[in-house]
Design a binder for this molecule. Structure first.
Ligand code: ARG
Length: 293
């Protein structure tokens, strides 16, 4: 099947399940040429545990190939020596409709990634580009969901970062407090499958955030703890295919039951850095709610 045919194809649907439609996406990734666990800034990182970089590279290459096979464009940013977490390109910034806000990292260990990613953005044709003035790790904590941006707070960014993003993109930002240090970025605890469907792990959120999510997304998929610790929610969706860790078995079944097509991948080596599929992929979003690019 050609990539274009695959994009058009929809799995046979059970009665009452919506048809899911893939749209071609533009993604940015950074090869893990310099990946290692040299410090610990989240509970998953253990500098004493060995990392097999060749294996990390192989898993990353498969992810890139799988995204391309499904009709998507993947651009790559060169990594840099001494920046072992730069593979997690989702943290580089937020890009919606040609407007880009590049990141300001929370930890000094990752601070130099900000200017490195910013230089890559600056070489592109964008409608606007600015560096966040508040601490902001890009799509790690900000998930574009069509008519709004869902935003995590508590570990890596604050409500003032949410306010800055709301002003910059002129889109409502919904603040969600994260409470479990294992799920320190929003994208470890919640994934946007399409503009009206999300999946999340409720215990990662404060009671108020759970209420907000239940009100906004009454039909959301609720992931279980195994799905969450396997970083199944650290997923990428094109509206039909959902690229996610193969160990998130119940979530894989749940997205399939909703008419999406799960595409399981193995990200076990990169998980040692505290990241999965989504962390490795920044999306250059088009605005779907307006006629703007
Ligand atoms: N080691 C990195 C950190 O703690 C992992 C970042 C994962 N990225 C993400 N989008 N959740 O900052």
């Amino acid at each position: 099947m050609t990539a274009a045919a695959r994009l058009r194809a929809n799995a046979p649907l059970a009665a009452g399940v919506h048809a899911r439609v893939a749209t071609p996406r533009r993604y940015v990734m950074c090869r893990p040429d310099h990946f290692e666990v040299a410090y610990a800034i989240n509970p998953w990182m253990d500098p004493a545990a060995p990392v097999d970089r060749a294996r990390a590279l192989a898993q990353w290459e498969i992810l890139r190939a799988v995204l391309e096979e499904h009709g998507h464009t993947v651009e790559t940013v060169p990594g840099a020596p001494g920046l072992p977490d730069m593979v997690f390109a989702a943290n580089s910034g937020i890009v919606i409709g040609g407007h880009a806000l590049s990141a300001r990292f929370a930890h000094p260990e990752r601070a130099a990634e900000g200017p490195a990613f910013h230089a890559w953005f600056a070489a592109r044709e964008l409608r606007s580009l600015a560096v966040a003035s508040e601490t902001n790790e890009g799509e790690g904590d900000f998930a574009f969901a069509g008519s709004r941006i869902l935003a995590g707070a508590g570990f890596r960014c604050s409500l003032s970062a949410h306010a800055e993003v709301e002003r910059y993109f002129d889109l409502p930002v919904v603040s969600l407090e994260l409470v479990d240090p294992r799920f320190y970025h929003l994208d470890t605890a919640l994934t946007v499958l399409d503009d009206t469907t999300v999946a999340y792990y409720p215990p990662a959120f404060s009671p108020a955030a759970r209420d907000t999510l239940a009100a906004l997304y009454p039909d959301a998929i609720r992931a279980d703890e195994n799905d969450a610790v396997r970083f199944g929610l650290n997923a990428v969706s094109d509206g039909h295919h959902v690229f996610l860790d193969r160990g998130a078995t119940n979530l894989i079944a749940a997205v399939g039951a909703r008419g999406f097509t799960p595409v399981p991948v193995d990200m076990s080596e990169l998980r040692k850095g505290g990241g999965g599929v989504k962390c490795c992929v920044l999306e250059l979003h088009t605005r779907r709610d307006t006629t703007a690019a």
